[in-house]
Write a protein that binds this ligand. Structure first.
Ligand code: NAD
Length: 439
């Protein structure tokens, strides 16, 4: 089957490469010349474990281009995987999806199925169908299908090749048959439903996960106050299969390109229909506060961070990705700088992107040791393995004042108790082996 994919971001490129791995011939389209040149020479423009290797392996079935007309004109199936970022009012910006729809209408010369993989508000597939049909250049039959994506950044290739489910939303059975055929070798359960239900499955799934994170963070905050331990609480909850043990890690809140925008978009959609989603609103509010949790903790130790050396470990919104979208570091680091701190930051893959946003006033470091040297306090924003594997006893050797504020609970309290440090994490007892007096 001839397949085209519009957009080569985290979703589009992973989709294209995994479809090629399953034997399809795939043309990946992007408007970014630089990205297309990189991909054509076998380099992935994004960091995603295993992606570049799989791309290189399937190069004979992959084509990368900015020439959308060539890519779309004879395709049997065209996936749309462009961004749907948040607008200032919280609704989804559909301008990229609409632009691709018009390009498809202009280009297709044979019957095809257009598949919307981007996360779009309920009802968008219907609007895209109208937009394409009204603007068709050639006399062809086009069907629109919703096929939301559930991959997680950092494990995107694995998630796609071992998908928990494939959701296909169609209004015409033959489009469902074609898409089921595209996915026949993925070995995942396929749910065929109508388009609005498929669109809703995506938002409901993401918003439920965001809600689970905000719930455990609220419980963690209460644990800190009353002296319970959130790690044990989460463990005890997770044994119950009705609850499950995933997404029960407390921390400084969710980030990334999906949960923040998808919670806001569903909330906006409900409001638009005079309906209030109280649980989703609560998840959003809790998350906004949670992102500032470490700054609030730092006030226990310092009146001000002016002139202090602040070590930052982790910039990306989670490990395994170079993506900074909605990362807690983006909210916290400007506060540290505003407070007059000397910020030194480390991240194994996120520095290049962070430096584009903050080219000045931050010292970027290539090692954890160097970042911690002579620091007065350390903020951990991302639970990279390199941080988790870094021996806690090193903090007291390297830092001038080994106060560690851990927003991701990277260390267990038994190890923390053996080190000459202050270790203040989320939802757990604070270890104060320096007998630092609180402000
Ligand atoms: P992204 O920003 O990483 O990539 C979008 C790409 O589309 C960019 O490379 C951009 O240059 C390209 N593009 C823009 N206009 C184009 C056009 N007219 N033709 C071709 N390419 C064009 O986005 P992403 O993170 O991959 O997300 C894409 C969609 O998938 C969003 O709706 C998102 O909500 C959804 N989604 C994302 C994830 C995730 O983890 N990132 C997971 C599930 C669903």
């Amino acid at each position: 089957m001839k397949i085209a994919v519009a957009g080569t971001g985290y979703v589009g490129l992973v989709t294209g490469v995994c479809l090629a791995e399953k034997g399809h011939s795939v043309s990946c389209v992007d408007i970014d010349d630089r990205k297309v040149a990189l991909m054509s020479s076998g380099i992935s423009p994004i960091y995603e474990p295993g992606l570049e290797e799989l791309m290189v392996k399937n190069m004979d079935r992959l084509n990368f281009t900015t020439n959308y007309k060539e890519a779309y004109k004879e395709a049997d199936v065209i996936f749309i995987g462009v961004g749907t970022p948040e607008k200032p009012d919280g609704s989804a910006n559909l301008s990229y999806v609409n632009a691709v729809a018009l390009q498809i209408a202009e280009s297709i010369e044979k019957d095809c199925v257009v598949v919307i993989k981007s996360t779009v508000p309920v009802g968008t597939n219907d609007k895209i169908e109208d937009l394409i049909k009204v603007n068709l250049f050639h006399n062809v039959k086009v069907s629109i299908a919703s096929n939301p994506e559930f991959l997680s950044q950092g494990t995107a290739v694995r998630d796609t090749l071992n998908a928990s489910r494939i959701v296909i939303g169609v209004e015409e059975p033959h489009a469902g048959e074609i898409l089921s055929d595209v996915y026949k070798d993925f070995g995942a359960p396929i749910l065929v439903t109508n388009r609005k239900s498929a669109e809703m499955i995506k938002y409901a799934s993401n918003d439920f996960l965001a809600l689970k994170i905000s719930f455990i963070n609220e419980i963690a905050n209460l644990c800190e106050i009353i002296g319970a331990d959130i790690e044990d609480v989460a463990l005890g909850m997770g044994y119950d299969s009705r609850i499950g043990n995933k997404f029960l890690n407390s921390g400084i809140g969710y980030g990334g390109s999906c949960f923040p925008k998808d919670t806001k978009a569903l909330h906006w959609l409900a409001n638009f229909h005079d309906h209030e989603l109280k649980t989703i609103k609560a998840a959003i509010d809790v998350n906004e506060n949670q992102k500032l949790k470490l700054i609030k903790k730092s006030r226990k130790y310092f009146d001000s961070l002016k002139g202090l050396n602040v070590a930052v470990l982790g910039l990306t919104f989670k490990p395994g990705t170079d993506d900074l979208r909605e990362a807690p570091s983006l909210v916290n680091i400007p506060i540290l700088l505003e407070d007059g701190a000397n910020v030194k930051a480390w991240d194994p893959v996120g520095i290049e992107n962070f430096e584009k946003l903050f080219p000045e006033n931050i010292t970027y470091s290539t090692s954890i040791e160097d970042t911690l040297k002579d620091a007065d306090v350390c903020f951990i924003f991302t639970e990279w393995d390199e941080v988790k594997d870094f021996d806690l006893s090193n903090y007291s050797i390297l830092m001038r004042n080994p106060i560690i504020l851990d927003g991701r609970n990277c260390y267990d309290l038994t190890s923390a108790n053996k080190a000459k440090i202050v270790y203040d994490s989320i939802g757990r007892e604070t270890i104060n082996n320096l007998e630092v007096s609180l402000v």
